[in-house]
Structure formats: structure tokens, C-alpha cells
Design a protein around this ligand. Sequence first.
Ligand code: TEU
Length: 540
Amino acid sequence: MTIKQNKWWQSAVLYQIYPRSFQDTTGTGVGDLRGIINRLDYLNTLGINAIWLSPVYKSPNDDNGYDISDYEDIMDEFGTMADMDELIAEAKKRDIRIIMDLVVNHTSDEHAWFIEAKKGKDNPYRDFYIWRDPVNGEAPNDLESTFSGSAWEFDEASGQYYLHLFSKKQPDLNWENETVRQKVNEMMNFWLEKGVGGFRMDVIDLVGKIPDQKITGNGPKLHDYLKEMNQATFGNYDVMTVGETWGATPEIAKLYSNPEREELSMVFQFEHVGLDEQAGKQKWDLKKLEMEELKQVLSKWQTSLGNEGWNSLFWNNHDLPRIVSRWGNDKEYRVESAKAFAILLHMMKGTPYIYQGEEIGMTNYPISTIDEVEDIESVNMYHDRLSQGYSKEEIIKSINTKGRDNARTPMQWDTSLNAGFTTGKPWLHVNPNYTEINVEIALEDKNSIFYTYQKLIQLRKDNPLVIWGEYELQETVANIFSYIREYEGKKWLVVANLSDEKQKYSSDATIKDILIENMPTPNDLKETELLPWQAFVVEI
Ligand code: TEU
């Protein structure tokens, strides 16, 4: 079987919306569904085919919607189910599909199932979650929560602990319980019937966990569960699925996305995301990115899936710092470096994802005290590390480099109050650079980052080479990333200087056509020099 299934999602470009920070229409300081509907024409101008919507379900917002209290209702701040139906319909008119965020490793502790489960050991919902007796008066084992501290929370009333791999307000569902899986499937069908375009599956690699053996990711039943889910739900629709799988290797990615196995369309792999952290430590333990490693890792993913899996391509999401601040230069080369990273990623094989604001080169927002931070992961880590003896300065530096709020500051629409995001008090600080970096200015400037993204999307639509072509990394100096895509006798050369310095470059290739560039491309590529962050794609 070939991977060339010609599925719509293989040639699509997705745009991720973090609704809380996208567009407020009611003055609450929190974005809403109406705001997204109002901005659909903007997204249509960009040219995207689908929107991955971070969670919009009912939630007490301990983790900004990733703690769901009702999967079949909409968060009060965001609007109503009627708004949601309208969003799906309005998007459809523009050929844009809505991809729902499926967060089913855990629910909120305010979900009706957990409220029932807490009532006692005999409650029919008790087994929907993972309860264990204390061991020697303590937690069953030393499993840790991603958000710091033990993954076990003691429940006084019953004398048992429940498992939460994230916050204690996010109890883990017990996937071994068949009824739990059935309920999840029913809920997925509810959304599929509404006409959504698929699901992004939050930490899906964790649902096969065996907590007693301290197995969390990639448990033995994981793939059986996904096959079962595929058959019972999305397998019956023309939709896409993308699993969030932090520990995936290419071999693991094939298990999920080989079409013959009938599991998922693709997964998000995070190998490149970990390249600026110290091996075996946490994301907060910083290390400088080696470009050579980035090249090797991304190229490995480009070539190793072959016909047995499908890539997703991304630099950013709501959990990651902004790419232009992280690995680019958000000062003197903000525009050039943002374009260079865009060109590099969008010419690769796989389905690209753009995170809101990336298309205008939004940057990180540095904080100076912990009071400015909203994100539960950063706040918990701060207190945890303070108690372990880390200095405040060191922790703040980690948060400024890697904290999730960097990606979550409100979308910068124009130069009006609060960047046009809200007329009220924004839930999270607006980056003061909105007076220069915003959508209005970007749309007026033909040379803006926005139009580079727009053109990259168009190139993908017009050229099967970008979707199906073979990939080959080219030999260059460390700071230049270059590859060739080849398809049906056509060859495209992609070159990007990922540094603040000029770099020596040489290629024997003759340029037939310039497809895209972020500054004038040399006529002759032999023995030449690339300017800082220079990037181009040429037919050779
Ligand atoms: O993220 C999974 C996850 O493990 C993140 O917490 C990640 O480790 C960290 O942010 C790395 O920067 C997903 C969602 O994307 C995230 O927003 C949720 O908080 C989390 O699951 C729990 O649902």
C-alpha cells in the first residue's frame, strides 16, 4: 500500500486557535466563538483548510479548558452550542473544517462522572477513574504529575488515592473500563454528527497506562483502544485525527499512522522540541540548540516514515514558546528569521500547522515576577523549584524561555486598545509590541510575514511536489539547512541560513525559477554567501 491516499488532510494546512486568546467580542477579556466566526474571512485570506480548536467545552479552567466538566456543552465564557453550530457552518461555507480537541486522558474533577465517583467505593462511576489504597500510609508509588508533585491525590472521604498525571483537578480516566471507552466513543459521535472535521487527541499516548507498573506512555493496550475507537467513531467519516504523542519515535509513529493499521491519520512528534533541553532533564533545564541536531532530527522524520506513516509539521502550539523568539532572532531579524523558519517547515513533507500569531511573527512575552504568570505548569514549577533551592532569577529565566504563557498572550489584531483583542481587561497581558506587530499592519505590507505564509500555503496547493516529493538533506555548513524535494522529474532546492551571520554557500545547481524568497536570491549559487536568515526555494 502507498501512503499516497489523496486524503484531504494530506494536502491541507491547519491553523490552531487558542480561543481564550483569539478574539473577544463581549468585553469579558476572554476570547469567544463569535470572535472566531468574525475572523473566518481573515483565515480564509491566509488560505488554511482547517482549524484545530483548543478545547471549547465546559470547564472550570484549572488548565484553560484542558480540564473538561462537560464534553457536550460549551464553556460559558466562549458562548453557546448555537454559536458552535454556527462556527462549524460558517467555516464550512469557506471550505474550512473544524478539528476538535479531544481531551480524554482525564476529565475535570467537576465532571459529573468524577462527582459521582467521589461519592464512594460502591458508586457505579467509581471505576471510571483510577483509585488505589495507600501503601504504608502513603501514595501507592512515586509517579509524578507533569504539573509538579505527586500524581496521586488523597481522598479523605474514602481513604483512597486517585491518579492525576496533570493537575489534581484533572483526574485520569480508567481506560481499562469498557464503559469509559464507550462513553468517549458516544461523545465523539455526537461531534462527528455535527459535522466536525476530526480530532486532535490530547496526550493520547497515555491512555494505555499501567500506573502500578509506572507505565504511563505507550502502554500495551494503547493501539487496541485506538483501533476500537477508529471502528466505533471516526473511521466511519471522512475526517482526520492527529495524536499528541510526546515520546513517539518514527517506529512508534508508524504504529499510529500506518493506514493499514486503521488507527490515526498522523501524530505530533516532539523530538525536535526537546533539542534545547538538557538530556534526561526537564524542559526548564535549558541548553543551546545545535542546528546540526535540528537538521538531523527533522530529516530523520522526513525520510523514515516512508509509506508507513504521515508527518505533521509544526514549530509552535499553545504549550511552546514562539519560534521566532526561541530559535530565530526576535530583535533585528524578526521578519527575516520568522520567514526562514516558515519556508523551511512548509516545504517539508507532511501536514503543516500554524499556531495563531505565528503568521505575523508574534514573539515571547518576558515576565519579571511570578505574579504575571497564569499557566498552572509554570506556577507549580516555580514553587517546586524554589523549595528545591533554585534561585528566583534562574526559574524566571526558564519561564521566559519555555513557559506556556509565551504562546498564550492575546492575538494582536491592530493598534487599538489591547491590540483589538478585547475592550475589557485581557485575561493575560497583551504583548506591548502589538503597536508594531499586528494583523492590520501585516495585511497592508506586501512584504510581511503573513504573505510569506499565504504564499507557502498556495505553493502547497498548486504543487504535488510539496505534498508527495522525496526529501533529501543537502551537505552544507552547520548553520545552513538545505534540502531537495523531488517529484516526477521536478526538483526544488530549499535553503535557509539559520543564523545572525553571513554563511558561505555553494551549489552546482542552476536556478530555473524562484518559488519563494525572503530577500533577493543570488543568480548563481556557486561559491556565494548567504545573508543572515536568508532563505529561498528554487526550482533547479
Ligand atoms: O499537553 C501535554 C503535556 O504533556 C504538556 O503539559 C507538556 O508536557 C508541556 O506543556 C510541555 O511544554 C497537553 C496539552 O497540550 C496541554 O495544554 C495540557 O495542559 C495537557 O495536555 C493536559 O491536558
